[in-house]
Each structure stands twice: as structure tokens, then as C-alpha cells.
Ligand binder design. Structure first.
Ligand SMILES: [Zn+2]
Length: 249
């Protein structure tokens, strides 16, 4: 009985996507700290997000939270650092495939698509390999009142050659576009823990991909004054599209 309950609980944990706040709130500039880096351990060991006032790109891998700052530094995020938006899961590979060669972000998506179970489930993705070319960006800390588009217009992009590492992220369905960014959203962490960021483009001869299909969603809405008073009625689609793919500079 107890073992059954525990197994059910763990199974739920393993196929559960935990999300803090919504993409609509991020587009509207709700960037204050709703929780802290130390809280992530309760919800997963794998994921992506950002920090208070958009202070860099977040990568959670093997239970360690990394912060890729706009000046190019990568550091382990301090436990007390605030987080306004995050997606996490307890990652467990359900399917592994080898893909390649890959010549662009768009092509990576096309190669991954047939391995997803339709267009309506969330999928967590862990992609490892040697990247011949990699283009990532990091957003920089903004003042209160700025929106996501303001922030990405002043982002910094970094290009790397022959760099090995892991892409951490998710595919989200279009039906959940007010909650999350539809399509593939991946952040990079180099194996030497010196570089990271939000993936914009890549080239690789061969990549190892692990899939974890997510059929449960737990949404944590911030109870901060900033979130409670934000106007979240607008459709975020166009702004998200621009913010997530802008290769700027
Ligand atoms: Zn991102």
C-alpha cells in the first residue's frame, strides 16, 4: 500500500513539469523575485529560467543552478538569488536518440519533431554533444517597468566554436502559449562550466538527445504585489516570438 502510494507519487514527480509564473507575465515585465534559487530543489533537478530583473539566463542541470550573465560570466547561482520565472522537472530519460548532422536551430527542431508524441504534451529535452558552432544570448538586468522586449533589445550574444556541452530545455505546445513559450526553448551549459546562455543557433555533426515526456503540469503563480496587479489579458505571442528568436547585435 505504502509502496504503491510512493510509486504513484514518484511517477507523478517524474512526469511533472513545475512552472513558476507565466510567459504572459514575463512579457509584461513581471521580473521581481517570486521565489529563490534554493526553492528549485523542491521541484526538480533540471530546467531553465531567469533571475530577478532578468539578470541573466538560468540553467538547472543535475541539481545545480547556473547563471549565465550578460557580461559573459557563468557562475553557480547563489541560493538567495531571486527567480521570477522558471520551468523545472525531475528529469528521467524515457527515450534516447542520436541526431545529426544539424545545421541550424530550425533544422534541430525538424529533426526532433518526429520523436515527440504529438503536438499536445510538454517534453523535457537534454541534448549533449560537441557543437561546431553555437550562438547563445544572455539578457541583462533591467530596471523596474521594462518589458521583455526592452530587455532582449539590449541582450548580448556570444558565438562559440568547437564547444562541448549540454542543451537543457523544453518543447511546449501552442495550446499553452499564455503559460509558456510555444516550441523549443533551450539553454546551453558548457562542459567546462565557463559558458552558457539561451540558444539562438547551432551546428553539430552528431547530438545525443534524451526525451522526458511531461503529462502533468503544476503551475505556481506568484503572490507578489507585482504579479497580483499586472494586466495579463494581452496575447503574448508576437512579443514572445520576437524576444525568443531576436539575434540582435
Ligand atoms: Zn531562454
Amino acid at each position: 500500500m505504502i509502496r504503491k502510494a510512493l510509486a504513484d507519487y514518484l511517477d507523478l514527480e517524474h512526469h511533472t513539469l513545475w512552472q513558476l509564473s507565466t510567459s504572459t507575465a514575463v512579457v509584461e515585465g513581471v521580473f521581481g523575485d517570486a521565489l529563490h534559487v534554493r526553492d528549485l530543489a523542491d521541484h526538480g533537478d533540471f530546467g531553465i529560467g531567469t533571475f530577478e530583473q532578468l539578470d541573466g539566463e538560468g540553467i538547472l542541470l543535475d541539481g545545480v543552478c547556473w547563471q549565465a550573465c550578460a557580461d559573459g560570466r557563468l557562475r553557480e547561482a547563489p541560493p538567495e538569488e531571486g527567480i521570477p520565472f522558471w520551468i523545472a522537472t525531475h528529469f528521467e530519460s524515457e527515450q534516447r536518440v542520436q541526431l545529426g548532422p544539424v545545421s541550424s536551430f530550425e533544422q534541430l527542431g525538424a529533426l526532433l519533431d518526429p520523436h515527440r508524441p504529438g503536438a499536445n504534451l510538454f517534453v523535457a529535452l537534454r541534448i549533449r554533444g560537441m557543437f561546431e558552432e553555437l550562438l547563445v544570448r544572455s539578457v541583462s538586468r533591467v530596471e523596474a517597468g521594462a518589458t521583455l522586449l526592452d530587455a532582449t533589445r539590449s541582450q548580448t550574444t556570444f558565438s562559440h566554436q568547437a564547444i562541448s556541452g549540454t542543451l537543457v530545455g523544453f518543447w511546449s505546445p501552442t495550446h499553452a502559449s499564455s503559460l509558456n513559450i510555444p516550441g523549443y526553448h533551450l539553454h546551453f551549459l558548457s562542459d567546462d562550466h565557463r559558458h552558457g546562455g539561451h540558444l539562438l543557433d547551432l551546428k553539430a555533426a552528431s547530438l545525443d538527445v534524451d526525451f522526458d515526456f511531461q503529462s502533468n503540469l503544476r503551475l505556481a503563480l506568484p503572490e507578489t504585489r507585482e504579479f497580483l496587479t499586472a494586466d495579463l489579458t494581452a496575447d503574448p505571442t508576437a512579443a514572445l516570438e520576437e524576444a525568443e528568436t531576436n539575434q540582435g547585435q
